[in-house]
Design a protein around this ligand. Structure first.
Ligand SMILES: Nc1ncnc2c1ncn2[C@@H]1O[C@H](COP(=O)(O)OP(=O)(O)OP(=O)(O)O)[C@@H](O)[C@H]1O
Length: 233
């Protein structure tokens, strides 16, 4: 389980996360939804151990963000993008060296499932934007991690690539693993997630099981999100 207690983050005088508390249960696909600037990337970066925080507590199982937590958390974010001139084969080698849980067969299976022609000798900047995104996703999910933090995995890619990303998420993640996935593209992930966390202006404004929203309230995620934001005003 991921547990966040009274977490605050400031940049200069700006409060970016304001006393957030949250529990992320294991074995689920969870959507972290919020408009631009609401703090999704910052929260994920803190949980992933790449952004420091000012107040509160964060635990991934028993570990605070750091070396031990990074061994069980695999993260996709713009902040850890691959160097543009790195060759694909060197990126694979880098992951093998960095992460004990990197499963090279799984990585190649994921790439194969996309039917894209990914030459190992190509450099990252010789790949299209969509291919770069699939490569990064395949590397991230190629790890046999317990937790996957995916920041905007669908950002800036076309419908075809989006479909591929969905298929990879469904097909290659262990059922017991936890995926926390951020986006502001609600319709795209509606079918994928089991739970949603709504963020607005640095605060958590709602946590719901998607099934409950549909069955009990008869609401789509978008409707529920709009309502949560209105209450937050
Ligand atoms: N390194 C930084 N220095 C100063 N301010 C920052 C920094 N990183 C983020 N911020 C600010 O923190 C706030 C939250 O940013 P964050 O990137 O976490 O939001 P987000 O919900 O992920 O947005 P988006 O959907 O656009 O990616 C924004 O107001 C942003 O300007």
């Amino acid at each position: 389980m991921i547990e966040v207690k009274n977490l605050s983050k400031f940049y200069d005088k700006q409060t970016v996360l304001d006393n957030i508390s949250l529990q992320v249960e294991s074995g689920k696909i969870i959507g972290l939804l919020g408009s631009s600037g609401s703090g999704k990337t910052t929260l994920m970066g803190i949980i992933g151990g790449i952004i420091p925080f000012n107040k509160g507590e964060v635990h991934i199982e028993q570990y605070p963000p750091g070396k031990e937590s990074k061994a069980i958390v695999s993260m996709l974010t713009e902040r850890n993008a691959l160097p543009k001139r790195m060759k694909v084969k060197d990126a694979v080698h880098f992951f093998k060296t960095m992460y004990q849980d990197f499963n090279e067969k799984k990585f190649h299976d994921i790439i194969k499932s996309t039917h894209m022609q990914l030459h190992m000798d190509k450099r990252v900047n010789q790949l299209s934007k969509g291919m770069q995104q699939l490569l990064r996703l395949a590397l991230t999910l190629g790890r046999d991690a317990k937790y996957y933090l995916l920041d905007e995995p669908l950002g800036g890619v076309d419908v075809f690539i989006k479909e591929q990303v969905m298929n990879i998420l469904f097909g290659y993640v262990d059922e017991e693993a936890t995926i926390l996935l951020s986006t502001h593209l609600i319709p795209d992930i509606e079918m994928l997630i089991e739970q949603v966390i709504f963020m607005d202006k640095g605060a958590i404004v709602g946590v719901h099981a998607c099934e409950d929203l549909r069955a009990e309230k008869g609401q789509s995620i978008k409707q529920a999100f709009k309502e949560a934001i209105r209450w937050g005003d």
